[in-house]
Design a protein around this ligand. Sequence first.
Ligand code: AMP
Length: 281
Amino acid sequence: MKIFEKKKDLELFLDTLREKGNDIAFVPTMGGLHDGHLSLVDKAKELAQIVVVSIFVNPTQFARGEDFDDYPNTFEADKLLLESKNVDVLFLPSKEEIYPHGTKSDYQVGAIGQILCGAFRPTHFDGVAQVVKRFFEIVEPNFAVFGEKDYQQLQIIKSLVKNLNLSINIQSMPTQREQDGLAMSTRNQYLSDSNREIAPLFYSALKDAKNEILEGKTISDAIKDTKNKLSKSFEVEYLEVLDANNLTQIETKTSEIIIISAIRFGGTRLIDNLIFRRKNV
Ligand code: AMP
């Protein structure tokens, strides 16, 4: 695995590979790698001859008071995991490499960045879009792979590619979970042992909501009951049941549904979602 810190060196290396006819698949991460990240790498391997993974904790997607300074750094373990997956290139840029002209962004996400997580983290998705756009300019991948766990982010990146007319094929992978159902997340490391035992109730409440909707409960009752259930253990930031295709309110004809939620639990913020189909009602 080649490791690059300078974008110039990476660009030269990738240009040579492209000239030889190789496709490039790109997986951006913030490190603290787990099997969720590795599932994206596996997908990238299927898609292209060359797989590039980045590890960069992007300052512009964290607001003041969030966990930028404490974000888990497990670099040596991450490197071994990526080597074991035969990743071709690991890109480890500094903040100056990514933002040589300062961190002011020239891309605004718009309305989709202000709902759900964006209502609680108003500058977050502008920062995400900014860094992904920058990485796309540097890596120029044919494919990029993202996780459905960050579903709103995935939708925002798809619209970025469309808005900027980029020829990058965006692929996604389902959420990888621990055996007890908790969605894998770098931030799970923040949970105390006792909170870690309770955390799977988050996903089980989303599963219950799905079953209740499929059994005929109204969406508004399902939302109300699930929020009540979650509130017994967690502080619910939001819980919504939306059209999975565009994150808008469900209409009678909507068949692909997402239950999407964020909670706070002992100082840790967790997000999760569940996507399912219902027959036309
Ligand atoms: P992060 O390092 O948290 O910025 O995540 C990097 C990529 O990994 C994003 O595309 C995430 O959606 C994806 N990811 C994070 N957790 C999971 C998971 N449990 N399953 C699948 N993909 C994930």
